[in-house]
Design a protein around this ligand. Structure first.
Ligand SMILES: Cc1cc2nc3c(=O)[nH]c(=O)nc-3n(C[C@H](O)[C@H](O)[C@H](O)COP(=O)(O)O)c2cc1C
Length: 176
């Protein structure tokens, strides 16, 4: 059984990125369990003075969740051509640890734009030594209302795309 942690970089209640990671969790292949990390907004702002014994509980919980995961999935919006601060903050808590080193990671995309954020996220995660899976997945949900989002995510072609992407990512994890 592969244990995958899925992180949405948006805190918005009606987030399309959060809807995408939730749909991926629902469509996990039989040999995979996908857990959604939903505490991004609770993390204190990263401060290197608060590492080691002073590491806050919420940050330790994130570090433990990433450490024990076989792989992670990240879906994030683009804000002002960058990665949202909340997600960057979460990643910053992982930098001086082993949690990210060699950890398989698959970026997925809910917006057909966000090209700057995609490139920035890939650069950050490569620098942190995540093992980035290039395949990825894009389902265009930008600007859709919640009910439309659920309809799009339930379309047969998109369910198949999610299952195929997850199966390919699971193979990537297993062959590492
Ligand atoms: C403050 C702010 C800045 C944004 N900047 C960009 C941007 O630079 N490029 C872009 O493609 N979209 C930008 N967007 C649009 C979001 O990336 C887009 O709405 C995204 O799909 C929202 O994700 P969510 O539904 O998961 O919250 C911005 C949105 C906000 C609120």
């Amino acid at each position: 059984m592969l244990n995958i942690l899925a992180i949405s970089g948006s805190l918005r209640a009606a987030s399309t990125n959060s809807a995408l990671v939730a749909a991926l969790a629902r469509n996990a292949p039989p040999a995979c369990r996908i857990t959604v990390y939903d505490r991004l907004g609770r993390l204190p702002i990263f401060n290197p003075d608060d590492e080691g014994e002073r590491t806050p509980h919420e940050a330790s919980a994130l570090i433990d969740a990433v450490t024990s995961a076989d792989g992670i999935i990240v879906s994030c919006p683009e804000y002002a051509h960058g990665v949202p601060g909340g997600l960057k903050n979460a990643l910053d808590w992982l930098v001086s640890r082993d949690a990210a080193v060699g950890k398989p990671a698959m970026p997925v995309h809910a917006s057909p734009r966000s090209l700057y954020a995609r490139a920035a996220l890939a650069e950050i995660m490569r620098t942190m030594s995540f093992a980035l899976y290039d395949g990825g997945l894009e389902i265009a949900l930008l600007g859709k209302k919640a009910v439309e989002v659920e309809g799009i995510l339930a379309e047969e072609a998109n369910v198949l795309a999610m299952r195929n992407a997850l199966a390919a990512f699971a193979d990537f994890i297993r062959t590492r």
